[in-house]
Write a protein that binds this ligand. Structure first.
Ligand code: 26Q
Length: 819
């Protein structure tokens, strides 16, 4: 929004008292909702409540906007195609210090606040870890008072809603906007025009310019991002695509009504749906349209906030664009185009600016997940940007030659343009060349990024590479999700931990305090009961009484190895039903899965089917007397995570070493007092270092060992032959025991494991089973287990996203300290 720097903030009064809250709520109910209290539906009440919360926050937002327009501080623009926000109501009440006022006001109106809480539909504008990280980061940016704007896309349909039919995933559209979107503020007057297509022309002076073929309008929808307890409110600005009036009118006036409507549909498709792939990018045109759409609108939007006549050579003093993976990397040629073609900077001056305005975070290690855009597509959709990328590449390769001579191997290796299998732009290379910094998301990942993914670049630009280990917001994932544990912690050490998570260290001595351990165990038990209520109402499921709750929740991907967990379950089951293992030797467990598979990822969907199939058989077999249960509630999302994580005893983080960049679920579980069974991968490494070996169940190959095995030639069938337990488990699946005797259903999984097994499930099986035995033994000593759980909580303060953001400030952004 354009606010004049000198205009005073209007003196708004909204007393955060029960009475003040009630009055505003009733105003919203009548004037915005058009209903009276006694005729209001649940939805009416929910909308009025949400608007009331927004009103309170808006007072602070206006204040911050004015201050920032006046002070013109260096601003972090976080560019992310995904924000997996989760429910807003409780988060915003907590941050704004409004919880008591809202509770009192709802009680005074005879309204059940919990019913309204349950009514909320979370905005699922992300796939998994990367999107949730963006949401944690904007929370921390606001809490630390960093001037910042989150930019993204207002998808009309977020991540699909998952249902199961006969155990198989079926995707339903996520129509999250249908009941009204009370948290957002449309800003049609701040719309930006974004162009596509057309051609380039060379003018008399030899300069190239873009003659676009078509435009869309980008309309911003603002979400308020309140800091915790600091009266700061930042902006999350999400763009929606609309047909431009001009485009519409021209066709409309020509009398072709149908064509006009088609044009509108075409334009509005751009922000219609979130791509549900969380790796293996498909190179789809609409996806590139989405990326350019939000990035072009965001850059224009930010530049419009600068004072008139601002010298763009000084842009790096005012902004850093943080690129959340390669998805927004088309921002690099876009900024160059704006600076050179529209604002008249010389190329070299513009490039010097751009190189200081961008930084790039990589979130993957899988080569197939690195985004590339075919030159043919880029040239058709963004012809001027393609020219700019070519020029960046030419100058970069000149610099490489100047340093290393005409080493054609190296040039081909480092070129931003790949030649095979089709000529294409390597977005990670472009980001690395353009960015002031490149970071991985955990120590091990950053190391592998330098050594394996971008080694030639790490050699060329050693100073660019750095690490920022991920973190999670303690507000949502401890304070809100686990009120029981939060209360216990606050009772013991005060509430400073909410914004200074390292203070949890002060809990360490309490691990030796029997009274504290008893209270801690009681909280865990209460959280299990609460999970039961949620699962019962949601899916008619319940966890077993006195069971160890063993949880694996994350996107379904082969590298994450849900199959390893399935093999453990099948082995335990087989042991009992074959009579080799006496039933009372089995530690009672409920294994809880949550996972969505990308709709086009056939193997992932088959694994979902297998989990459900194993669950049906195991849960129904009377021989187990309920001592082993498998639950797979559908549609795992942020809301369900908030019930599952606090109830978990065991956190499964079992990716093949060297494949999981960081993981953030691992942090959330440890912080809530679950013990981790995990490989030496991603942030597991740092968790284990902090909590101590004795409070962590490590298993499996290390990254160098897995690499070595791959080089030596990995033959999974040899592991199958050599291990009787493994053989029995795989044979049972292959026999059709979980598919009504039909051996064909899971045959592709079995043969994949035996003859391909890219992620070395069989190689780690024995070690995993042994680690699970250590788990069972440890759980048999409840007091010892609780001691370890407390130490996990006490030692995981490092994993606050506040710390991550401080690291970004110090290592990458160099934004000034702010109050
Ligand atoms: C790209 C192009 C086309 C379609 C889809 C995509 C796409 C979308 C989402 C590619 C990747 C993603 C998401 C990746 C992701 O969530 N990565 C995870 O990021 C977390 C935060 O850093 C890490 O903790 C996880 O280890 C990493 O897997």
């Amino acid at each position: 929004m354009t606010t004049s720097a000198t205009a005073p903030v209007p003196a708004l009064e909204l007393p955060a008292t029960v009475e003040g809250f009630r009055a505003q709520f009733l105003r919203n109910l009548s004037f915005s909702g058009g209903v009276t209290l006694d005729e209001a539906s649940v939805n009416d009440r929910y909308l009025a409540l949400a608007r009331t919360v927004r009103d309170f926050l808006m007072v602070h937002w206006l204040h911050d906007q004015h201050r920032q327009a006046e002070e013109q501080p260096k601003t972090v623009c976080y560019l992310s195609a995904e924000y997996l926000l989760g429910d807003q109501l409780d988060n915003d009440l907590l941050a704004g210090g409004l919880t008591e006022a809202a509770e009192g006001a709802m009680a005074a109106c005879g309204i059940d606040l919990d019913e309204l809480r349950r009514h909320e539909i979370e905005p699922g504008l992300g796939n998994g870890g990367l999107g949730r990280l963006a949401a944690c980061f904007i929370d921390s940016l606001a809490t630390l008072g960093v001037p910042s704007i989150g930019y993204g896309i207002r998808y009309e349909y977020g991540i699909f809603r998952q249902t199961f039919e006969d155990g198989q995933q079926v995707e339903q559209p996520d129509a999250w906007l249908t009941l009204g979107a009370p948290w957002e503020q449309p800003r049609p007057e701040a719309a930006q025009t974004v162009s596509f297509g057309g051609r380039t022309e060379t003018d008399a002076a030899g300069a190239s310019r873009w003659i676009p073929g078509w435009n869309v309008s980008a309309v911003p929808y603002d979400y308020l991002v309140p800091g915790f307890g600091n009266d700061r409110v930042n902006t999350l600005r999400l763009w929606r695509a609309k047909a431009t009036d001009a485009f519409d009118l021209r066709i409309f006036n020509s009398g072709d009504y149908e064509q006009a409507v088609r044009a509108q549909t075409f334009a509005e498709n751009i922000s219609k749906v979130l791509y549900p792939e969380d790796s293996t990018p498909q190179g789809k045109e609409l996806r590139l349209q989405q990326q350019y759409f939000f990035v072009a609108a965001s850059i224009r939007d930010f530049l419009a906030r600068l004072p008139e006549g601002f010298d763009l050579a000084r842009l790096p003093e005012r902004v850093i664009f943080q690129l959340n993976d390669t998805h927004p990397v088309i921002a690099v040629p876009e900024l160059m185009r704006v600076l050179v073609d529209e604002r008249g900077l010389e190329w070299d001056a513009a490039w010097a600016v751009a190189q200081q305005c961008f930084a790039y975070t990589c979130h993957t290690l899988l080569p197939e997940a690195l985004e590339v855009w075919p030159v043919e597509l880029l040239g058709r959709l963004l012809p001027r940007h393609l020219e700019i990328v070519y020029r960046i590449n030419e100058e970069f390769l000149d610099a490489v030659r100047a340093r290393f001579g005409d080493d054609e191997m190296r040039i081909r290796d480092m070129s931003i343009i790949a030649e095979f299998p089709v000529r294409a732009v390597r977005m990670a290379y472009l980001a690395t060349v353009a960015g002031a910094k490149v970071n991985g998301v955990a120590e091990l990942h950053s190391q592998l990024l330098r050594d394996k993914v971008l080694p030639a670049f790490a050699e060329f630009f050693p100073q660019k590479f750095t690490n920022v280990t991920n973190g999670v917001t303690p507000r949502r994932f401890l304070r809100l999700a686990n009120p029981g544990l939060s209360g216990l912690i606050t009772e013991a050490i005060g509430d400073g931990w909410i914004t200074d998570l390292e203070r949890l260290r002060a809990l360490e001595p309490l691990a030796e305090d029997a009274g504290f351990r008893a209270s801690f165990a009681a909280v865990k038990a209460a959280n299990k009961a609460r999970l039961n209520d949620v699962l019962q109402a949601r899916d008619g499921m319940r966890v077993g009484d006195g069971h160890l709750i063993d949880v694996m929740v994350k996107r379904l991907h082969e590298y994450k190895r849900q199959l390893l967990k399935v093999l453990h379950v099948v082995s335990e089951y087989e042991g009992v039903v074959s009579g080799r293992v006496p039933l009372d030797a089995l530690q009672p467990r409920t294994v809880l899965f949550g996972a969505k598979a990308a709709p086009g990822y056939a193997m992932a969907k088959r694994i979902i089917h297998l989990i459900n199939a194993v669950g049906s058989v195991v849960n129904a077999d009377p021989r187990l007397e309920g001592r082993l249960q498998v639950l797979f509630p559908p549609n795992y999302n942020v809301t369900l995570a908030e019930s599952v994580i606090p109830a978990a005893d065991l956190s499964e983080q079992i990716s093949l070493a060297g494949k999981e960049a960081s993981g953030t679920g691992n942090m959330k579980f440890a912080l809530n007092g679950a013990l981790t069974i995990g490989t030496d991968d991603g942030a597991n490494v740092e968790i284990r270092e902090l909590v101590g070996d004795e409070n962590f169940f490590l298993f499996g190959m290390t990254e160098p060992e897995a690499e070595q095995l791959g080089r030596d030639g990995y033959h999974p069938a040899e592991f199958y032959q050599a291990d009787a337990g493994l053989r029995r488990a795989i044979d049972l699946i292959a026999s059709g025991a979980f598919s009504g005797g039909d051996r064909s259903v899971f045959e592709p999984i079995v043969s994949n494991l035996l003859y391909d097994d890219r992620f070395m499930v069989l190689a780690d099986y024995a070690s995993y089973m042994a680690a699970q035995e250590r788990v069972d033994a440890a759980y048999a000593d409840p007091d010892g287990w609780t001691r370890s759980a407390i130490l996990n909580v006490a030692r995981c303060g490092f994993f606050s996203s506040d710390r991550s953001i401080r690291d970004y400030i110090e290592r990458i952004w160099h934004t000034p300290p702010t109050a």
